[in-house]
Design a protein around this ligand. Structure first.
Ligand SMILES: Nc1ncnc2c1ncn2[C@@H]1O[C@H](COP(=O)(O)OP(=O)(O)O)[C@@H](O)[C@H]1O
Ligand SMILES: [Mg+2]
Length: 250
């Protein structure tokens, strides 16, 4: 029994539709239970590709390497099986689903992930408790998923899903992008409130801003599909001060 949640070895990934376009070019990463890891990197370095590959998005093909969750090779299992095993991906660009309320979507998600339908009573209690923890209005949960949501509301909707699903590994892809400072703080507070020792987080971000609120244990810099540098929080501060150029030109 190890306490490693995610273990990635020499991962190489290309686009399924264009197999000659290789994006991840030999990546290693190990995340233990409860740890927060940040992946930072310039645009186009492969951050979203990595996030989607871990979650099992068929747009991307693993050419070699292994992804293990809790010691189990998940490289070939389907995205829904990965979700059942505890992987959650919040999207950089969440889509709207007019006609489907947040409540309905959350209920369906929980049913799919847990394999049993929570009773209406249990579900409502859980939802109310989570909304209260996150200081969100109940009316918010009755709205259609992302329909007419502001940038900040879309990200808060992702955090509400996180709070209901309680994954073992939460992959947050640019949850901070496009947020003003108040919305950023609200989202960061939400993540900190939901974080338990049972939840590991892979926080993907271009800017170090959010890392001032959700402090990572480790920071990795992704450049052209490979981790160019790893360190602690000070590495994020280095990027804030000097940008990516010193690492790109190293
Ligand atoms: N579906 C796709 N079609 C074409 N190119 C893609 C696709 N997905 C990713 N890429 C390319 O792969 C590289 C990495 O993209 P991405 O993982 O989105 O980077 P990041 O999230 O770090 O900005 C980019 O050059 C991007 O243009
Ligand atoms: Mg991206």
């Amino acid at each position: 029994m190890t306490n490693t949640i995610l273990e990635i070895n020499d991962l190489k990934v290309s686009l399924t539709e264009k197999p000659d376009i290789s994006i991840i070019k030999g990546l290693n990463l190990s995340i233990k239970k409860g740890e927060i890891h940040a992946i930072m990197g310039p645009n186009g370095s492969g951050k979203s590709t990595l996030a989607n590959t871990i979650a099992g998005n068929p747009m991307y093909t693993i050419d070699s390497g292994i992804i293990k969750l809790n010691d189990e090779d998940i490289t070939i299992i389907s995205p829904d099986e990965r979700a059942k095993r505890g992987i959650f991906l919040s999207f950089q660009y969440p889509i709207a689903i007019p006609g489907v309320t947040m409540v309905n979507m959350l209920r369906s998600s929980l049913k799919a992930i847990r394999g049993t339908e929570p009773s209406a009573r249990e579900f409502i209690d859980e939802l109310k408790a989570t909304l209260a923890t996150l200081k969100m209005d109940e009316a918010f949960a009755r709205r259609y998923v992302n329909d007419g949501f502001s940038g900040g509301e879309k990200k808060r909707a992702e955090i509400l899903q996180l709070g209901m699903i309680k994954p073992k590994l939460a992959i947050l892809d640019e949850t901070d992008s496009g947020l003003d400072v108040d919305a950023l703080r609200a989202v960061a507070d939400g993540i900190n409130t939901l974080k338990t020792p049972e939840m590991s987080i892979l926080m993907i971000t271009h800017y170090e801003r959010i890392l001032n609120y959700v402090t990572p244990d480790y920071v990795h810099i992704l450049v052209d599909g490979k981790i160019a540098k790893s360190g602690g929080f000070e590495l994020a501060k280095e990027i804030e001060a000097n940008g990516y150029d010193p690492i790109l030109n190293a």
